[in-house]
Write a protein that binds this ligand. Structure first.
Ligand SMILES: [Zn+2]
Length: 646
């Protein structure tokens, strides 16, 4: 029997092979198609819709997960073979006319009109989703929408290829060692290795993240920094990788799509089912934060120029900021590592949220796993989860939470592994990552919503990071750190002086960091709300906007947005959604003020948080959930205070 065909809470990871994938998914697609046909003639299509793809979801989640953490060439090939079929099935649902008719017919019944609470919201969201996918358009409108979607997929793919090709096409090879002055040995070695790999003499620099950042942060020779900075900000700005006409095309297509579906602009279309709801609301939000950040931003820039003793160019900022940071704080993050051994951190985290949220976590033995390093746990009354913390060659990078079943989830990371017989010693950032992913996991496992598609983390995009980011706050409180941060050899707590340094370094040039994010958010909304074809080249048009958020004067050919993959590398991507980064930070900083005020271990506040936010999934409008917990709308002041900008 194929182990992927039936849902099993004890996922038989030890029995699933690459050869099982295609036959199982093909069979489950046939079954889902049959259920779809039943749903279209059902009197209550809503609940049928909610459970229609349960088995397929489960099997795909398991396969996708294995592909992420224990891939083999065979598994990857099998996954790539089924993935397009499965996504075509899912994306076909909102375009299925028979299904739409069934939903509409149901929505018109007295029974549907009498729905309340979660079921009412589920119906409204389902109807809205069909409409946003063009269900109500006439045949000509539907045909045009299809053309737009095809064109958007093509143009955005080309955009992303251009960025990749432009990035890879550029290199700078230095042969005079004196010009490398300032670079740390690791960056010099990497540049040497890069040159050797290309069969050239000297040191090779590229526009890839690590190479670019090392040059901008450390390299003394300003003329080299200038060359690299200019090249980076001109990626995709000229032939043969010219993204300028593509950006205009993408913006026009998105605009046309929004109008066709009855929205003012693309921002209003995208934000329709997000917490902000309207582009204007997101714009006001950014404007408010900007007003509160600008003064400190100008001061920071003046301080940096005073420190450098001269007017600064854009390619000087990162370099002098690093020098200033060292002069001011003398803080090396590595000093914290001995206090963060993985086992203590995880045990401390369970202890903290045992107190705050009332959860009881116990390790489980004998559960089948995909690798011997994986641990398994149970949360009393709430399900089970896997934790897989260390890098492996057959595992993808980054950290993430995923769900396999409503009461079954997993958290994965690529943390510093143990070496030389010592325990795994983490950076503070890695500790935050563990807390962050555990927050997503609790959002999933502590969900108490009866509709599957509205449960757990299936919430608006600008709300989903609240339950994860709020957890990171407990990594900055003396009281909670003292529960688990102990020197792995001596058992001593983090010394007061080191704790103070760590707190102060966090707020270094915070206004610049914030203005940078606000600038990207501004330009994103401006392009998707205000730009029109008559305005001409969007690159020229958006430069003065970005200038208002830059620490130094930008050159006249500055073209950062031609490499802005967040906005343009896929049909929606972060388009009109860049503001979400700051939005989520405001939510988590603000919501945490209740814990600050009522006690970071307060079980009463924790119970309230669990009841009003964590357990609710998407069963109510997130703005309502937030208000029910805080008694008011989000207030950005907590974020400003946390960043030292108040
Ligand atoms: Zn997250």
């Amino acid at each position: 029997m194929n182990p992927l065909l039936e849902i099993s809470f004890r996922v038989p990871f030890d029995k699933i092979g690459a050869a099982d994938v295609e036959p199982a998914i093909d069979e489950l697609l046939v079954r889902a198609q049959r259920k779809l046909e039943e749903t279209t003639v059902s009197k209550d299509p809503l609940m049928a819709l909610d459970t229609m793809t349960e088995n397929l979801d489960y099997a795909m989640a398991v396969v996708r997960h294995l592909e992420s953490v224990a891939t083999t060439p065979e598994l990857r090939a099998a996954y790539n073979a089924v993935q397009p079929k499965v996504s075509a099935f899912y994306s076909g649902l909102v375009l299925n006319e028979a299904l739409w008719n069934a939903v509409k017919a149901y929505a018109a019944t007295d029974e549907a009109r009498a729905l309340t609470g979660t079921m009412k919201r589920y119906l409204t969201k389902t109807v809205d989703s069909f409409k946003r996918h063009g269900a109500d358009l006439d045949p000509a409108g539907k045909a045009r929408l299809k053309e737009i979607d095809v064109a958007l997929a093509e143009v955005t793919t080309k955009f992303s290829e251009n960025v990749l090709d432009a990035t890879n096409a550029w290199e700078l090879v230095l042969t005079d060692e004196a010009r490398l002055a300032g670079l740390p040995p690791s960056a010099v070695a990497a540049a040497k290795a890069s040159a050797e790999a290309k069969g050239v003499e000297g040191w090779r620099f590229t526009l890839q993240g690590p190479s670019y950042l090392a040059v901008m942060t450390y390299l003394d020779d300003a003329s080299v920094r200038e060359q690299v900075w200019r090249a980076f900000n001109l990626r995709g700005a000229a032939e043969p990788f010219n993204n300028r006409p593509l950006i205009a095309k993408i913006l026009e297509l998105r605009q046309e799509k929004a109008r066709l579906l009855g929205f003012r602009d693309f921002a209003d279309l995208v934000l329709d089912d997000r917490m902000a709801h309207k582009g204007e609301r997101a714009q006001t939000f950014l404007g408010d934060l900007r007003k509160k950040t600008e003064k400190r931003f100008r001061e920071e820039n003046a301080e940096l120029e005073a420190f450098a003793g001269r007017a600064l160019e854009p390619w000087d900022i990162g370099y002098y900021a690093e020098k200033q940071r060292l002069a001011l704080y003398d803080f090396d993050e590595e000093e914290l590592r001995p206090y963060f051994s993985l086992d203590r951190v995880v045990a401390g985290m369970f202890e903290i949220f045992g107190r705050v949220l009332g959860i009881v976590v116990t390790e489980e033995q004998g559960v089948p796993v995909w690798n011997g390093a994986v641990k398994t746990y149970r949360i009393e009354d709430s399900g089970s989860f896997y934790a897989d913390w260390f890098p492996r060659e057959n595992k993808r990078g980054g950290a993430w939470m995923d769900s396999l079943l409503p009461r079954l989830g997993l958290i994965c990371g690529n943390l510093t592994p143990p070496v030389d017989g010592k325990p795994a010693l983490l950076t503070h950032r890695e500790v935050e990552t563990i807390f962050h992913e555990f927050g997503h996991l609790l959002h999933h496992l502590l969900s108490r919503v009866e509709v599957r598609s509205l449960s757990g983390t299936s919430v608006a995009w600008d709300f989903v990071e609240l339950p994860s980011q709020i957890m990171e706050n407990w990594c900055w409180e003396r009281e909670s750190l003292d529960l688990f941060a102990r020197h792995y050899e001596t058992g001593e707590l983090i010394p007061a002086e080191l704790f103070e340094k760590m707190k102060r370094a966090k707020t270094f040039r915070a206004a610049n960091g914030q203005m940078r994010q606000l600038g990207f958010g501004y330009v994103d909304l401006a392009l998707h709300r205000e730009w029109q074809a008559e305005a001409g080249d969007p690159v020229e048009w958006s430069r003065p906007i970005l200038q208002q958020f830059a620490a130094a004067r930008l050159p006249d050919n500055y073209a950062m947005i031609t490499g802005f993959t967040h906005l343009f590398a896929s049909p929606v991507a972060y388009g009109a959604g860049y503001y979400s980064y700051k939005w989520a930070e405001v939510l988590d900083a603000d919501a945490f003020t209740r814990f600050k005020r009522e006690g970071v271990f307060s079980a009463a506040t924790g119970r309230d948080y669990r009841e009003k936010i964590l357990s609710k999934g998407d069963s109510e409008d997130p703005a309502e959930l937030y208000r029910s917990f805080m008694g008011r709308d989000p207030d950005p002041n907590a974020l400003l205070e946390r960043a030292g900008l108040d």
